[in-house]
Structure formats: C-alpha cells, structure tokens
Design a binder for this molecule. Structure first.
Ligand code: ATP
Length: 247
C-alpha cells in the first residue's frame, strides 16, 4: 500500500445481530486530505468511524489506519490519531490549561514539551487571558476551537472529527474550518462527519452513506456534476431520499 494512503478499507462490514449497520464499504483517504463522511441519521457513519479508530471490531472485511490493521493493532491506531466529537470533548469543570495538559498527557506527551506547546497554542488562539478560565464558561465556538486544537496537539497523522461544529453559526464554522485547513496543510489528514452542507463544500472529497453503504464518493465539484445539482445539499437530498432506514 502506498505511504500516501492513510486510511484504507476493503469490504468493511459491521453487523449487530442480523442487522448490517455498515455494509461492505470501500475507500481510501490520502495524506493531508480533508475527507467528508456524510450520511443521514442512522446511515452508519459513527459505527464506521468507531471501527476506524480501533474502538470496535469489524464483523468482516479489512481496514488500515496510519498503516495499522484495525483488527490486530487497535492500540497502535489509538496512538496515531486524534479524535474530537461533540459528545466526547473537553472537561467543562477544568480550566483551559488543565484540559490541554490532561489530553496531552493522555496522548503520551512529555511534561516539558506540553508546557512549551501550551504557551504557543494559547497565543495562537488569542487565549492567553483565558488560561485559567473554566471551559464551562467559554462560548461554544471557542470550546470547539480549543477541543480541535487539543485533538491535534500531539501532531497525529489523522484526526477524526465527529460533527465538530454542531450548534454554531456559519461564521464561527468558517473560522473553525480555517484551523482545519491549516492542519491539513501541515500534513494532518482530516476525517470529518457533518450535517452541514456548507462544510461538505469545504472538503477535498466527500463520501455519502445510505443505509450502511457508500453510495457516492468524489470531489464536491464532481458530485454536483454527477447528480446534476447546484449544491451539495441537493446532491445529499437526492441520495438520502432513497434511504429505507429512518431514525
Ligand atoms: P447519526 O448521524 O444519527 O449519528 P450514524 O450515521 O452515525 O447516525 P450509526 O450511529 O452508525 O449511524 O448507526 C447505524 C445504525 O446501526 C443505526 O440503525 C443504529 O440504530 C444501529 N446501531 C448502532 N450501534 C448499534 C448497537 N450497538 N447495537 C445495535 N444497533 C446499533
């Protein structure tokens, strides 16, 4: 497999009893790519992402992340990735700097390295004055920026973002995406799920899942052409209409 390929799946499948949540998915993601992983509620995105992060074993098929086998080397994968989701994120009752130190420690960084990088990060985010602020009292958009920064603090090869910008306005989302571009420019691969179609437009390539299968995968430009649509929203609606699975 080429070194440029950081995520690879072949017929990756997850069943819960007789129900097939993820049904033979095949795709590759390249280094530094911003890959959008779309699908209606219940399409199977979270289940697929959990397998890729080494948190859940596939029923059948193969998957490699950062060169490691998702079946046999889940611990290696966990060390090579960053993860941010709306549900699992910062500790609200800890201060800004405490959250940074906690997560950097979990990701295995050394104390002196953490201290040095924390200063750089606070400055970059214009957060120096908020060092001792409890995360609970930050606006949601700031929390999301901090959570993303923390998820890539250890410079992982790949970061998985599960609906990272839920609940904020388009202008704040746009600022968040500036940070995503910057990380991708440094070679970090971005794997992102979202329900916002403006964000789908920002991705290099987008896959769309319907009932556990990947029904379309291409650049936003090509998908719009293929589905004769003027926006990703229209592409998404055309595909999602076929879904039998309703949540
Ligand atoms: P959402 O956008 O709502 O998070 P999703 O695309 O991430 O949706 P999944 O959470 O992966 O979808 O769920 C896919 C399907 O698998 C759903 O029908 C869900 O009910 C089912 N499912 C997920 N986890 C389990 C489980 N542990 N046991 C049984 N069924 C499950």
């Amino acid at each position: 497999m080429s070194e440029d390929i950081v995520i690879y799946t072949k017929n990756l499948t997850k069943k819960f009893g007789s129900f097939t949540a993820v049904d033979n998915i095949n795709f590759e993601v390249h280094r530094g790519e911003i890959f959008g992983f779309l699908g209606a509620n219940g399409a199977g995105k979270t289940t697929a992402m959990r397998m890729l992060c080494g948190l859940s074993k596939p029923t059948s098929g193969e998957g490699y992340v950062a060169g490691f086998d998702i079946r046999k080397q889940p611990e290696k994968i966990k060390q090579s990735i960053g993860y941010m989701s709306q549900k699992f994120s910062l500790y609200e009752d800890l201060k800004v700097w405490e959250n940074i130190r906690l997560y950097a420690g979990i990701y295995g960084m050394k104390d002196h390295h953490i201290a040095e990088k924390t200063e750089d990060l606070l400055e970059k985010l214009h957060f120096t004055k908020e060092r001792n602020t409890l995360v609970a009292s930050l606006p949601l958009g700031w929390k999301q920026k901090l959570a993303f920064s923390v998820s890539i603090f250890h410079e992982p090869k790949i970061v998985f973002l599960d609906e990272p910008t839920g609940g904020v306005d388009p202008a704040t989302r746009r600022q968040f995406w500036e940070m995503i571009y910057e990380a991708a420019d440094r070679g970090i691969t971005i794997f992102v799920t979202t329900h916002y179609m403006d964000e789908a437009e920002y991705c290099n390539r987008v896959s769309i899942m319907v009932d556990g299968r990947i029904d379309a995968l291409d650049t936003p430009h090509n998908l719009k052409e293929q589905f004769n649509a003027h926006s990703m929203d229209q592409v998404f609606r055309r595909l999602a209409r076929k879904a039998e699975r309703k949540e």
